[in-house]
Design a protein around this ligand. Structure first.
Ligand SMILES: Nc1ncnc2c1ncn2[C@@H]1O[C@H](COP(=O)(O)OP(=O)(O)OP(=O)(O)O)[C@@H](O)[C@H]1O
Length: 255
C-alpha cells in the first residue's frame, strides 16, 4: 500500500535569535514524513526542539533552513490542521459546546449549523451531558476532552498535539491516551504528537521519532508494530516493555 504523505519535512533547522544576542540552535537537519492515517510521536529530552518542530509544521513559526510540506499531496485545503496544547485554553464564559463549536464560528459559520457536529464530537470524547456546562465546572481531564473535540471540529486532515496530557495525573493521562486511540480508530486521522512520555508514545504510535538533546536532531525512528486497536492492558505486555526499554536506551545513549 502506498500511503500519501501528509507531512514531508526535509532538512529543517531552527535558530532563535535572543535578546542577549547569543543565538539558540534549537533544531538541526530534521527530515521525516508522516503518511496519511499514521500516528507519529516526537520524543526527546527537554529543550531538544520538539515543540519548535511541531510549531514549524503548524506554520506558527518559520524554519531557518529546510522545507516542510503539509498536505503534500494537495488533497485538502491548506489550513486543515487541528491543534491541541498542554493547556486546554477554553473560553471560560462559553459553554463546552460553544467552545467546541468555536473554530466553525471563527470560520464564519452559524452556531446552529455547527452545533450538531459539536454535539456529536462531545459525545465521541465521552462528555455527554456536559455540553451546556462551563469550563470551570469541568476537571482538567474533561477540559482536555473538550479541547480534543474542538481540535476535530473542522475535520482537519492533520492533528498536531503538543504534550496535551502533560499537566494531568497519571490515571487521567492513561484514560486520555485511550480516548485518543479511540478517536484515531473512529476517524482515521493523521496525528503528530509531542510527548515526554515513553509509554504514551509507545501506546499511541505507529512510529516514534527519537530526538537527541539540543540542538535537536533525529537519533532514530522506531516502528511500533503492536496490534491495533490497543487497550491499556497492552502496556503490561513483554512487547510493550521491549519497546520502552529500546527507546530508553536510545534516549540515554551519550551523544
Ligand atoms: N521563541 C524563542 N526564542 C528563543 N529561544 C527559544 C524560543 N522558543 C524556544 N526556544 C529555545 O529553543 C530550544 C527548544 O525549545 P522547544 O520548546 O522547542 O523544546 P522542547 O523539546 O519542546 O522542550 P520541552 O520538552 O521542555 O517542552 C530551547 O532551548 C528553548 O529555550
Amino acid at each position: 500500500m502506498t500511503r500519501t504523505p501528509v507531512v514531508s519535512a526535509r532538512g529543517l533547522s531552527k535558530v532563535y535569535s535572543t535578546r542577549t544576542g547569543t543565538p539558540v540552535v534549537a533544531l538541526t537537519d530534521v527530515s521525516f514524513d508522516v503518511a496519511e492515517g499514521e500516528f507519529v510521536s516526537i520524543l526527546g529530552p527537554s529543550g531538544c526542539g520538539k515543540s519548535t518542530l511541531l510549531r514549524i509544521v503548524a506554520g506558527l513559526t518559520g524554519e531557518t533552513e529546510g522545507t516542510v510540506d503539509v498536505n503534500a499531496a494537495g488533497a485538502g485545503p491548506g489550513t486543515d490542521v487541528g491543534l491541541m496544547f498542554q493547556q486546554a485554553v477554553l473560553l471560560p464564559w462559553r459553554t463546552v459546546e460553544q467552545n467546541v463549536a468555536l473554530p466553525g464560528i471563527v470560520a464564519g459559520r452559524r452556531f446552529r449549523d455547527v452545533r450538531p457536529r459539536a454535539r456529536s464530537l462531545i459525545e465521541m470524547v465521552g462528555l455527554d451531558g456536559f455540553a451546556e456546562k462551563y469550563p470551570g465546572e469541568l476537571s482538567g481531564g474533561m477540559q482536555q476532552r473538550a479541547a480534543l473535540a474542538r481540535s476535530l471540529l473542522q475535520d482537519p486532515r492533520l492533528l498536531l498535539l503538543d504534550e496535551p496530557f502533560g499537566a494531568l495525573d497519571a490515571m487521567t493521562r492513561d484514560q486520555m491516551n485511550l480516548e485518543v486511540e479511540r478517536v484515531r480508530q473512529q476517524t482515521g486521522k493523521t496525528i503528530l504528537l509531542v510527548t515526554h512520555s515513553i509509554a504514551e508514545a509507545v501506546f499511541l504510535s505507529d512510529r516514534i521519532i527519537v530526538m537527541t538533546g539540543r540542538p535537536g536532531t533525529i537519533r532514530e525512528i522506531v516502528d511500533v508494530t503492536l496490534a491495533r486497536p490497543r487497550e491499556l492492558e497492552v502496556t503490561g505486555s513483554a512487547d510493550f516493555g521491549a519497546y520502552t526499554n529500546q527507546i530508553r536506551k536510545l534516549l540515554d545513549r551519550p551523544e
